[in-house]
Each structure stands twice: as structure tokens, then as C-alpha cells.
Design a protein around this ligand. Structure first.
Ligand code: PDD
Length: 281
């Protein structure tokens, strides 16, 4: 596998970053994950717009002009010959002697891009069975709108899910509402066919898959309500699913050990999953 690291394409085994990179010492950086389908990067413009926003919020410079970044992403995908999988890009503030405040003399942001193939059949099999979710108390910082590489609460939540034979953990805020998953947005479908997800005003990352799915819903004339929901409402929902670039629409069939609907992936969830790529760019 080949990685792009600060200006060079390197074999992953030889690719490395400086031990004083601020991403390593302070999680002082941001990232993006895009799906690769048919060798093409899905919804790249939206991902790059979000990357720019994350960087702006943290006052980190773009590592290179947008057009150049697009070329690096395409080239990394091409060199790894990925047809289906994900591309990962990470930008950190750069390398400086350890000091919490920004470097006094500006440093160049560090850029890493990797791509890896995933097993599409395995993903389809997981979707056909549906996944289990657990709920955990929200313990992340309030700026989850920034796609920061600082992911410890997400790491611990995902591990807890795994140890409970679940695939994802949904954070529940102090009002008792689900915010989002540790690496996905959370959705339910009511028994009267309305699709519910929290608005991007607070507590969640503005998912790209989420945004595209809203266009799918509009086109299919499925009613959408952007509002918070509780785990109790989710237990009684007809369907539930999560969205993320790495899995698009993934049906949820169990929450905190309770079956959702008949315990099988819902028809609306599966329809949305099938229709998604007609609407993504
Ligand atoms: N995660 N919420 C969180 C906390 C996420 O980490 C992600 C994505 C999403 C969904 O966003 P999008 O649809 O733009 O992928 C929501 C990526 C895939 C990851 O960390 O691997």
C-alpha cells in the first residue's frame, strides 16, 4: 500500500511522520473519510468543503490549494488500485517543539492521505443482517461539528459496543436525547413512515452521507423530521439505521438488546441504501 505523506508517495512500511507532529502530541488536526466506489471518490467536493471548514475553525492553513489536494487524493486512490473502499486524509497543524499554544513561527501543516480497499460483499452481508447498537452517555466536547482527530470518547464508546457484541454506540446527551454514533449519524423511522434525525444545530457532525440522504428522501417524497429523539422512542421505532461514508446506510436491528421492528433491516432503510448512489456525486 502507498501513502501520500507531506509531498511524497511512499510505501506504507516506510511512511512516517515526525514525532513532534502536533497531531501526535495534541490531536491538533482534522480528518476526512470518503467512500471509493467504482474507483471514484464519492462526494469529494462536499468532503473538501467540510475539511476547509474544520481547518478554518481551528485556524490551521490548507496544506495546499484545493485543486492540488484533489489530485493527491485521486493519485493515492489510483496508486493503491482501490475500486471499493475508503480514502482517509488527515491534516495536522505541523511539527514544532512541544508547547500547547500555536507555534510562534508558523509551520507548514502536515498532510497524510491513505486509501484502502474494503470488501463490498462483507458490507452488503452486514447490511442484510443489520447491526446492533448500544447507548452510552455523551462525554465528548461540544465542538463535535469539527471533524477533529481527537477521538478518545469515540474510541472508548466503539470498544464498549464491540465488547457488548454491538457494532456502534449512540451517545445520549444530558437531556436524554441521542446525539449520534461514535462514527456515524443516527436515524429512526417512525411507525407512520417518517424519518427522524437530529438537526446539525448541536451535538453532531454534519455528515456528508446525512446531507445526501436528505436529498434522497426529498426525491422519494419520504417525510423527514429533523429533531432529537430518545432511546425510548428508538426502541419503539419501526426502523433505525446509521449513516457514514464508510458504510452509507446501515440498518440497525437491535438497540440496547431490544429488537427494532421485527428485528430485521427495515424496508425504508434498505431502499435508502439502494437509492443512495443515484444521488451522490
Ligand atoms: N466517521 N458522526 C461522526 C462522529 C463521525 O465520525 C462520522 C463519520 C459521521 C458521518 O459523517 P459522514 O457521513 O460525512 O461520513 C457522523 C468516519 C466515517 C470515520 O470516522 O471513520
Amino acid at each position: 500500500r502507498i501513502a501520500y505523506v507531506n509531498g511524497q508517495y511512499r510505501d506504507m512500511r516506510d511512511a512516517s511522520v515526525n514525532i513532534e507532529d502536533r497531531g501526535y502530541q495534541f490531536s491538533d488536526g482534522v480528518y476526512e473519510v470518503c467512500e471509493i466506489r467504482g474507483g471514484k471518490v464519492v462526494d469529494m467536493p462536499r468532503h473538501l468543503t467540510r475539511l476547509q471548514r474544520s481547518l478554518r475553525e481551528l485556524r490551521i492553513d490548507m496544506p495546499m490549494p484545493l485543486a492540488a489536494l484533489e489530485i493527491v487524493i485521486h493519485e493515492t486512490v489510483r496508486r493503491n488500485r482501490v475500486s471499493y473502499g475508503i480514502v482517509y486524509l488527515q491534516v495536522t497543524r505541523g511539527v514544532a517543539r512541544r508547547d500547547h499554544a500555536f507555534p510562534v513561527n508558523p509551520v507548514k501543516p502536515a498532510l497524510v492521505v491513505t486509501a484502502r480497499g474494503l470488501n463490498l460483499q462483507k458490507n452488503q452481508d452486514t447490511a442484510a443482517k443489520g447491526i446492533g447498537v448500544i447507548t452510552v452517555p455523551e462525554n465528548r466536547w461540544p465542538r463535535v461539528d469539527i471533524k477533529s482527530v481527537s477521538l478518545l470518547p469515540n474510541v472508548l464508546a466503539k470498544q464498549q459496543a464491540r465488547e457488548n457484541s454491538a457494532y456502534e454506540a449512540w451517545f445520549v446527551d444530558h437531556n436524554g436525547h441521542v446525539t449520534e454514533g461514535s462514527s456515524s449519524n443516527a436515524w429512526i423511522v417512525t411507525t407512520d413512515g417518517k424519518v427522524i434525525t437530529r438537526s446539525v444545530d448541536s451535538g453532531i457532525l454534519a455528515g456528508i452521507t446525512r446531507a445526501v440522504l436528505m436529498e434522497v428522501l426529498a426525491a422519494l417524497q419520504i417525510k423527514l423530521e429533523e429533531r432529537p429523539f430518545t432511546p425510548a422512542e428508538a426502541y419503539e421505532a419501526a426502523e433505525a439505521f446509521v449513516t457514514a461514508s464508510s458504510q452509507i446506510v446501515m440498518p440497525v436491528v437491535r438497540i440496547d438488546g431490544r429488537n427494532i421492528g421485527d428485528g430485521k433491516p427495515g424496508s425504508i432503510s434498505m431502499r435508502l441504501r439502494e437509492e443512495f448512489h443515484r444521488f451522490s456525486a
